[in-house]
Design a protein. Structure first.
Length: 297
Protein backbone atom coordinates (compact mmCIF):
# COMPACT_ATOMS: atom_id res chain seq x y z
CA UNK A 1 0.00 0.00 0.00
CA UNK A 2 1.52 3.30 -1.09
CA UNK A 3 2.37 5.96 1.47
CA UNK A 4 0.15 9.05 1.77
CA UNK A 5 1.35 12.44 0.70
CA UNK A 6 3.10 14.52 3.40
CA UNK A 7 0.74 16.65 5.49
CA UNK A 8 0.68 20.35 4.66
CA UNK A 9 1.82 22.72 7.40
CA UNK A 10 -1.52 24.53 7.29
CA UNK A 11 -4.62 22.75 6.02
CA UNK A 12 -6.88 25.47 4.70
CA UNK A 13 -9.91 23.23 4.03
CA UNK A 14 -9.97 22.31 7.72
CA UNK A 15 -9.61 25.94 8.80
CA UNK A 16 -12.45 26.84 6.43
CA UNK A 17 -14.59 24.09 7.96
CA UNK A 18 -13.84 25.47 11.44
CA UNK A 19 -14.77 29.00 10.38
CA UNK A 20 -17.97 27.78 8.74
CA UNK A 21 -18.91 25.65 11.74
CA UNK A 22 -18.52 28.47 14.26
CA UNK A 23 -20.11 31.03 11.97
CA UNK A 24 -23.15 28.81 11.42
CA UNK A 25 -23.37 28.09 15.15
CA UNK A 26 -23.45 31.81 15.97
CA UNK A 27 -26.02 32.59 13.27
CA UNK A 28 -28.32 29.79 14.42
CA UNK A 29 -28.60 31.32 17.89
CA UNK A 30 -30.72 34.12 16.41
CA UNK A 31 -33.12 31.96 14.39
CA UNK A 32 -36.46 30.47 15.47
CA UNK A 33 -36.06 27.42 17.70
CA UNK A 34 -37.58 25.02 15.19
CA UNK A 35 -34.70 25.87 12.84
CA UNK A 36 -32.03 26.58 15.44
CA UNK A 37 -32.24 23.38 17.50
CA UNK A 38 -31.72 20.88 14.64
CA UNK A 39 -29.20 23.22 13.03
CA UNK A 40 -27.20 23.48 16.24
CA UNK A 41 -27.23 19.69 16.57
CA UNK A 42 -25.58 19.48 13.13
CA UNK A 43 -23.02 22.14 14.10
CA UNK A 44 -22.19 20.18 17.24
CA UNK A 45 -21.62 17.04 15.16
CA UNK A 46 -19.31 18.94 12.82
CA UNK A 47 -17.30 20.43 15.67
CA UNK A 48 -16.85 16.99 17.21
CA UNK A 49 -15.48 15.81 13.86
CA UNK A 50 -13.16 18.81 13.78
CA UNK A 51 -11.99 17.97 17.30
CA UNK A 52 -11.20 14.51 15.96
CA UNK A 53 -9.06 16.08 13.23
CA UNK A 54 -7.18 18.09 15.85
CA UNK A 55 -6.52 14.95 17.89
CA UNK A 56 -4.63 13.58 14.89
CA UNK A 57 -2.46 16.66 14.37
CA UNK A 58 -4.52 18.87 12.08
CA UNK A 59 -4.86 21.57 10.79
CA UNK A 60 -1.52 23.28 11.64
CA UNK A 61 1.91 22.10 12.78
CA UNK A 62 1.38 23.78 16.19
CA UNK A 63 -0.44 21.45 18.59
CA UNK A 64 -1.39 24.24 20.98
CA UNK A 65 -2.98 26.26 18.18
CA UNK A 66 -4.94 23.24 17.03
CA UNK A 67 -6.19 22.52 20.55
CA UNK A 68 -7.17 26.15 21.12
CA UNK A 69 -9.36 26.05 18.00
CA UNK A 70 -11.61 23.33 19.46
CA UNK A 71 -11.07 23.51 23.22
CA UNK A 72 -14.57 24.81 23.97
CA UNK A 73 -16.74 21.77 23.24
CA UNK A 74 -20.04 22.93 21.79
CA UNK A 75 -21.69 19.80 23.18
CA UNK A 76 -20.93 21.08 26.73
CA UNK A 77 -20.67 17.51 28.04
CA UNK A 78 -17.34 16.07 26.89
CA UNK A 79 -14.05 17.84 27.67
CA UNK A 80 -11.77 17.98 24.66
CA UNK A 81 -8.88 16.63 26.73
CA UNK A 82 -10.85 13.52 27.66
CA UNK A 83 -12.02 13.00 24.09
CA UNK A 84 -8.38 13.24 22.96
CA UNK A 85 -7.01 10.79 25.53
CA UNK A 86 -9.76 8.21 25.08
CA UNK A 87 -9.66 8.38 21.31
CA UNK A 88 -5.89 7.90 21.17
CA UNK A 89 -6.31 4.87 23.44
CA UNK A 90 -8.96 3.61 21.01
CA UNK A 91 -6.36 3.76 18.23
CA UNK A 92 -4.42 0.89 19.80
CA UNK A 93 -5.81 -1.43 17.14
CA UNK A 94 -4.80 -4.63 18.93
CA UNK A 95 -7.32 -3.68 21.65
CA UNK A 96 -10.21 -2.73 19.34
CA UNK A 97 -13.59 -3.87 20.76
CA UNK A 98 -11.93 -4.97 24.02
CA UNK A 99 -14.56 -4.46 26.78
CA UNK A 100 -11.92 -2.93 29.08
CA UNK A 101 -9.06 -1.54 27.00
CA UNK A 102 -11.03 0.07 24.16
CA UNK A 103 -12.77 3.21 25.54
CA UNK A 104 -15.11 3.35 22.52
CA UNK A 105 -16.31 -0.26 22.50
CA UNK A 106 -19.99 -1.17 22.71
CA UNK A 107 -19.33 -4.73 23.87
CA UNK A 108 -19.49 -5.90 27.47
CA UNK A 109 -17.58 -8.61 29.27
CA UNK A 110 -19.86 -11.70 29.11
CA UNK A 111 -19.39 -12.23 32.85
CA UNK A 112 -20.64 -8.72 33.52
CA UNK A 113 -23.56 -9.30 31.16
CA UNK A 114 -24.57 -12.43 33.03
CA UNK A 115 -24.75 -10.50 36.33
CA UNK A 116 -26.69 -7.56 34.89
CA UNK A 117 -30.31 -7.17 36.09
CA UNK A 118 -33.12 -7.68 33.60
CA UNK A 119 -33.82 -3.96 33.16
CA UNK A 120 -30.15 -3.26 32.41
CA UNK A 121 -30.10 -6.04 29.84
CA UNK A 122 -33.22 -4.68 28.20
CA UNK A 123 -31.68 -1.21 27.93
CA UNK A 124 -28.47 -2.54 26.37
CA UNK A 125 -30.38 -4.79 23.98
CA UNK A 126 -32.47 -1.82 22.85
CA UNK A 127 -29.25 0.17 22.47
CA UNK A 128 -28.05 -2.50 20.06
CA UNK A 129 -30.50 -1.35 17.39
CA UNK A 130 -29.84 1.84 15.45
CA UNK A 131 -33.11 3.34 16.69
CA UNK A 132 -32.17 2.52 20.26
CA UNK A 133 -28.68 3.91 19.76
CA UNK A 134 -30.14 7.20 18.55
CA UNK A 135 -32.54 7.47 21.50
CA UNK A 136 -30.51 5.93 24.33
CA UNK A 137 -26.91 5.74 23.16
CA UNK A 138 -25.82 9.25 24.10
CA UNK A 139 -27.36 8.94 27.58
CA UNK A 140 -25.78 5.54 28.27
CA UNK A 141 -22.38 6.66 27.03
CA UNK A 142 -22.47 9.89 29.01
CA UNK A 143 -23.48 8.20 32.26
CA UNK A 144 -20.74 5.57 31.98
CA UNK A 145 -18.19 8.16 30.85
CA UNK A 146 -18.86 10.57 33.71
CA UNK A 147 -19.01 7.84 36.35
CA UNK A 148 -15.70 6.46 35.07
CA UNK A 149 -14.07 9.88 35.15
CA UNK A 150 -15.43 10.54 38.65
CA UNK A 151 -13.84 7.34 39.95
CA UNK A 152 -10.55 8.00 38.15
CA UNK A 153 -10.35 11.58 39.44
CA UNK A 154 -11.07 10.43 43.00
CA UNK A 155 -8.37 7.79 42.63
CA UNK A 156 -5.85 10.54 41.89
CA UNK A 157 -5.70 10.64 38.07
CA UNK A 158 -4.63 14.27 37.61
CA UNK A 159 -4.89 14.12 33.83
CA UNK A 160 -8.60 13.37 34.10
CA UNK A 161 -9.10 16.03 36.74
CA UNK A 162 -7.29 18.73 34.79
CA UNK A 163 -9.25 17.94 31.63
CA UNK A 164 -12.44 18.75 33.53
CA UNK A 165 -10.93 21.81 35.23
CA UNK A 166 -9.98 23.24 31.83
CA UNK A 167 -13.37 22.28 30.42
CA UNK A 168 -15.30 24.38 32.95
CA UNK A 169 -14.19 27.85 31.75
CA UNK A 170 -14.28 26.69 28.12
CA UNK A 171 -17.83 25.47 28.63
CA UNK A 172 -18.70 28.69 30.47
CA UNK A 173 -17.66 30.67 27.38
CA UNK A 174 -20.28 28.79 25.32
CA UNK A 175 -22.93 29.39 27.99
CA UNK A 176 -22.10 33.12 28.14
CA UNK A 177 -22.59 33.38 24.37
CA UNK A 178 -25.94 31.62 24.70
CA UNK A 179 -27.03 34.05 27.41
CA UNK A 180 -25.89 37.05 25.39
CA UNK A 181 -27.90 35.77 22.43
CA UNK A 182 -30.87 35.13 24.75
CA UNK A 183 -30.98 31.54 23.54
CA UNK A 184 -32.83 29.18 25.95
CA UNK A 185 -30.43 26.84 27.76
CA UNK A 186 -33.04 24.06 27.77
CA UNK A 187 -33.29 24.25 23.98
CA UNK A 188 -29.52 24.16 23.63
CA UNK A 189 -29.31 21.05 25.82
CA UNK A 190 -31.79 19.36 23.46
CA UNK A 191 -29.55 20.33 20.53
CA UNK A 192 -26.48 19.02 22.37
CA UNK A 193 -28.15 15.68 23.02
CA UNK A 194 -29.29 15.57 19.41
CA UNK A 195 -25.75 16.16 18.21
CA UNK A 196 -24.34 13.41 20.42
CA UNK A 197 -27.11 11.10 19.19
CA UNK A 198 -26.33 11.81 15.54
CA UNK A 199 -22.70 10.92 16.20
CA UNK A 200 -23.94 7.46 17.21
CA UNK A 201 -24.86 6.84 13.57
CA UNK A 202 -21.17 7.03 12.71
CA UNK A 203 -19.97 4.87 15.59
CA UNK A 204 -22.75 2.28 15.24
CA UNK A 205 -20.98 0.15 12.65
CA UNK A 206 -17.38 1.36 12.84
CA UNK A 207 -16.11 -1.78 14.56
CA UNK A 208 -17.02 -5.42 15.06
CA UNK A 209 -15.61 -8.30 17.05
CA UNK A 210 -13.28 -10.36 14.87
CA UNK A 211 -10.24 -12.53 15.48
CA UNK A 212 -8.32 -10.67 12.74
CA UNK A 213 -7.48 -7.15 13.92
CA UNK A 214 -7.68 -5.77 10.39
CA UNK A 215 -11.23 -7.06 9.97
CA UNK A 216 -12.55 -5.14 12.98
CA UNK A 217 -12.92 -1.78 11.25
CA UNK A 218 -15.52 -0.84 8.64
CA UNK A 219 -15.84 1.36 5.60
CA UNK A 220 -19.10 3.16 4.82
CA UNK A 221 -18.88 4.45 1.25
CA UNK A 222 -21.16 7.40 1.88
CA UNK A 223 -20.50 10.81 0.34
CA UNK A 224 -23.62 12.67 1.48
CA UNK A 225 -24.43 15.07 4.31
CA UNK A 226 -23.57 12.62 7.07
CA UNK A 227 -20.20 11.88 5.49
CA UNK A 228 -19.45 15.61 5.46
CA UNK A 229 -20.58 16.08 9.07
CA UNK A 230 -18.37 13.15 10.05
CA UNK A 231 -15.53 14.61 7.91
CA UNK A 232 -15.21 11.35 5.98
CA UNK A 233 -14.49 9.35 9.10
CA UNK A 234 -16.93 6.86 7.60
CA UNK A 235 -13.85 5.62 5.69
CA UNK A 236 -12.87 4.32 9.08
CA UNK A 237 -10.63 1.43 8.10
CA UNK A 238 -8.60 3.87 6.01
CA UNK A 239 -8.39 6.28 8.93
CA UNK A 240 -7.20 3.64 11.38
CA UNK A 241 -4.44 2.55 9.04
CA UNK A 242 -3.48 6.13 8.11
CA UNK A 243 -4.60 8.47 10.93
CA UNK A 244 -2.32 11.25 9.69
CA UNK A 245 -4.34 11.76 6.48
CA UNK A 246 -6.60 14.83 6.57
CA UNK A 247 -10.34 14.31 6.15
CA UNK A 248 -10.57 15.82 2.65
CA UNK A 249 -7.94 13.40 1.30
CA UNK A 250 -9.50 10.19 2.64
CA UNK A 251 -12.04 9.44 -0.16
CA UNK A 252 -9.49 9.66 -2.97
CA UNK A 253 -6.95 7.67 -0.99
CA UNK A 254 -9.58 4.97 -0.43
CA UNK A 255 -10.66 4.88 -4.09
CA UNK A 256 -7.06 4.53 -5.27
CA UNK A 257 -6.52 1.40 -3.16
CA UNK A 258 -10.04 0.17 -2.51
CA UNK A 259 -9.35 -3.49 -3.20
CA UNK A 260 -6.44 -3.55 -0.76
CA UNK A 261 -8.42 -1.90 2.01
CA UNK A 262 -11.35 -4.26 1.58
CA UNK A 263 -9.00 -7.23 1.51
CA UNK A 264 -7.45 -6.10 4.78
CA UNK A 265 -10.82 -5.62 6.51
CA UNK A 266 -12.36 -8.79 5.01
CA UNK A 267 -14.95 -6.85 3.02
CA UNK A 268 -16.49 -5.12 6.04
CA UNK A 269 -18.16 -2.41 3.95
CA UNK A 270 -21.52 -0.65 3.63
CA UNK A 271 -22.62 1.32 0.58
CA UNK A 272 -24.03 4.20 2.60
CA UNK A 273 -25.75 5.05 5.87
CA UNK A 274 -29.12 4.35 4.28
CA UNK A 275 -28.11 0.69 4.11
CA UNK A 276 -27.41 0.71 7.83
CA UNK A 277 -30.83 2.20 8.56
CA UNK A 278 -32.59 -0.34 6.34
CA UNK A 279 -30.84 -3.29 7.97
CA UNK A 280 -30.51 -2.26 11.60
CA UNK A 281 -33.05 0.41 12.52
CA UNK A 282 -34.99 -2.08 14.64
CA UNK A 283 -32.61 -5.03 14.53
CA UNK A 284 -29.36 -5.55 16.42
CA UNK A 285 -26.16 -5.75 14.42
CA UNK A 286 -24.07 -7.25 17.21
CA UNK A 287 -24.57 -9.08 20.50
CA UNK A 288 -23.99 -7.06 23.67
CA UNK A 289 -21.57 -9.52 25.35
CA UNK A 290 -18.32 -9.75 23.41
CA UNK A 291 -18.70 -12.93 21.31
CA UNK A 292 -14.97 -13.80 21.38
CA UNK A 293 -14.16 -12.79 24.93
CA UNK A 294 -14.34 -16.26 26.47
CA UNK A 295 -11.98 -17.58 23.86
CA UNK A 296 -9.57 -14.65 24.16
CA UNK A 297 -9.48 -14.78 27.93
Amino acid sequence: MSSPRPKLHTEWPTLAALLGCYGAWMALLFLPLWIAVPGLALAIVLQSSLQHEVIHGHPTKWLWVNAALVLASLNLLIPFGRFRDMHLAHHQDACLTDPYDDPETNYLDPARWEKMPRLGRWIFLANGTLAGRLLLGALISQVYFMLGDWHEARAGDRRVLWAWVIHIPACALVVVLLIQAEFPIWAYLIAAYGGLSLLKIRTYAEHRAHEDVGARTAVVEDRGLLAFLFLNNNFHAVHHLNPQIAWYALPAFYRAQKDKFLQLNHGYVYQNYGQLFRHYLFRRKDPVPHPLWSRDK
